[in-house]
Design a binder for this molecule. Structure first.
Ligand SMILES: [Zn+2]
Length: 147
């Protein structure tokens, strides 16, 4: 464990025991493993750097929190050239365990529905990154002009 930055993010965790331990997870998640994200990036190269923690907040609400960083190879929608879009997002999800609860908390938090006591890290990260991606990304090159 000398090089934690090179470790891969685990696929999933058991929610009940992770919450009790306030377990943290970190590691790399290759874009190539995320089917939907790979489809919107240029060559599916690169990795996301992920840090996640399962814990209860001060009011005992179960949360999945963390951060995802990386560079996404996307095509500039103005000059149509590929560029690296810098990603740095916070994850702040409230864990819910059935659909009633999910719709109840929707007003003031972003729910994550947990089934079979499992949290699927790759799917969660992919969803959050897709939500953060701009609809029409643009590079910041000086010569960026409609291509
Ligand atoms: Zn451009």
């Amino acid at each position: 464990m000398n090089a934690p930055a090179r470790r891969l993010l685990p696929l999933h965790a058991k929610v009940s025991s992770a919450l009790t331990r306030e377990a943290s997870y970190e590691g790399l998640l290759p874009i190539a493993r995320l089917e939907r994200l790979r489809a919107v990036t240029v060559d599916g190269d690169g990795s996301l750097q992920v840090e996640l923690q399962l814990r209860r907040d001060k009011t005992r609400v179960p949360k999945l929190e963390g951060r995802v960083r990386g560079e996404l190879p996307v095509v500039c929608q103005r000059c149509l050239r590929p560029f690296q879009w810098p990603l740095d997002i916070a994850i702040d999800l409230r864990l819910v365990f059935n659909e009633d609860e999910e719709s109840r908390v929707l007003k003031d938090s972003e729910p994550l529905l947990i089934e079979d006591d499992q949290v699927l890290f790759h799917a969660v990260v992919e969803e959050e990154v897709l939500l953060a991606l701009p609809y029409a990304p643009r590079c910041e090159r000086e010569d960026c002009e409609p291509g």
